[in-house]
Design a protein around this ligand. Structure first.
Ligand SMILES: C[S@@+](CC[C@H](N)C(=O)[O-])C[C@H]1O[C@@H](n2cnc3c(N)ncnc32)[C@H](O)[C@@H]1O
Length: 305
């Protein structure tokens, strides 16, 4: 089986924003095949160390091979970043990077079911905690499926697609990528089909891996792990993800959130972050020429106060 090597998005920008201490400890919370970690270790001078975490065992195995030359400076960890505080094995760190979503390695393996282009079981799990998409399609009603496609896929034809998925499922349960692709094709027609397929598959992948919930749980723990002056850099590929990061950074940048008519503060909320990117950073035109996959990437960074 040949896998596509993942090209890290905005690696230079990540390195510039993340590294504040060349002797520090950094966490790559979405190691993937180690693209960002490799860039840091190859391009930033210093003796800093990296803790590389991923929920996908296969990704870690690949990263271990690709990063062998740096093995003395990396610790590989398997697990979900929603448990980052328990997993990290350090009380504090200098910086954390999270490059959300899916890697080219995962997308290009047809047997994992992430892509409409391959033929395989509709697995879509990145880690052991994932939920079953075939089970969802067999048990959920049209409204729930329609909602997921709209919310996580941002697909306008969500109702027609959900109706067709449920109709087909009543005759033959949908358990493969090809069967899901055929249902979408029948409902949506040929116009803009590739983009629609990509959005529908994305929706079920996000649901299967509870990606938005994991992100919501990860962010506050990441802030607690950062030492003062340490930074968090997050790259997202979906507007919902970006909204979660933006709102979280804003909330952490504000102090007291008591109603204005309270005589004194009762919330005791502290400012914990300083936002470094008022607007998200997007990949340059030159980068997009080399890496189309980065086209929806948005980078936001903040510093622990
Ligand atoms: C976009 S890729 C990262 C690629 C990596 N930055 C590189 O350059 O090779 C996203 C990775 O994050 C992992 N991932 C996604 N959600 C995760 C989570 N909640 N916990 C741990 N890893 C996660 C995926 O398994 C995938 O390998």
């Amino acid at each position: 089986m040949s896998y596509e090597r993942h090209i890290p998005a905005m690696a230079e920008e990540v390195a510039d924003l993340l590294v504040t201490d060349t002797g520090g400890i950094y966490i790559d919370a979405t190691l993937g095949t180690g693209g960002h970690t490799a860039y840091l270790l190859d391009h930033v001078p210093g003796s800093f160390r990296v803790i590389g975490l991923d929920q996908d065992r296969l990704a870690i195995e690949k990263a271990r091979g690709f990063l062998e030359r740096h093995s003395g400076r990396i610790e590989f960890l398997h697990g979900n970043f929603r448990n980052i505080k328990d997993l990290a094995g350090v009380a504090k760190c200098t910086g954390i990077v999270a490059d959300l979503g899916i890697s080219s390695l995962q997308l290009s393996d047809a047997l994992r079911g992430f892509s409409y282009q391959g033929e395989g079981p509709l697995d879509m799990s990145m880690g052991e905690e994932a939920r079953s998409v075939p089970k969802l399609l067999a048990t959920a009603g049209e409204r729930e499926i329609s909602y997921l496609i709209k919310e996580f896929g941002e697909e306008r034809r969500h109702r027609a697609i959900a109706r067709e998925i449920v109709r087909i499922g009543l005759e033959n349960p949908i358990t493969t990528t090809g069967e899901l692709r055929a249902a979408v094709e029948r409902a949506a027609g040929q116009h803009g089909l590739m983009a629609t397929l990509s959005r529908v598959f994305q929706a079920f992948r996000i649901w299967a891996n509870s990606e938005m919930d994991a992100l919501e749980e990860f962010l506050p723990q990441a802030v607690e792990l950062l030492e003062p002056g340490g930074r968090i850099v997050v790259i997202s590929y979906h507007s919902l993800e970006d909204r979660i990061v933006k709102r979280f950074f804003k909330l952490e940048e504000s102090g007291c959130i008591c109603p204005p008519d309270f005589p004194e503060c009762r919330c005791a909320k502290e400012k914990r972050l300083r936002i470094m990117t008022r607007r998200p950073i997007r990949p340059s035109r030159e980068e997009l020429q080399k890496n189309q996959r980065a086209r929806s990437a948005k980078l936001r960074a903040a510093e622990r106060i």
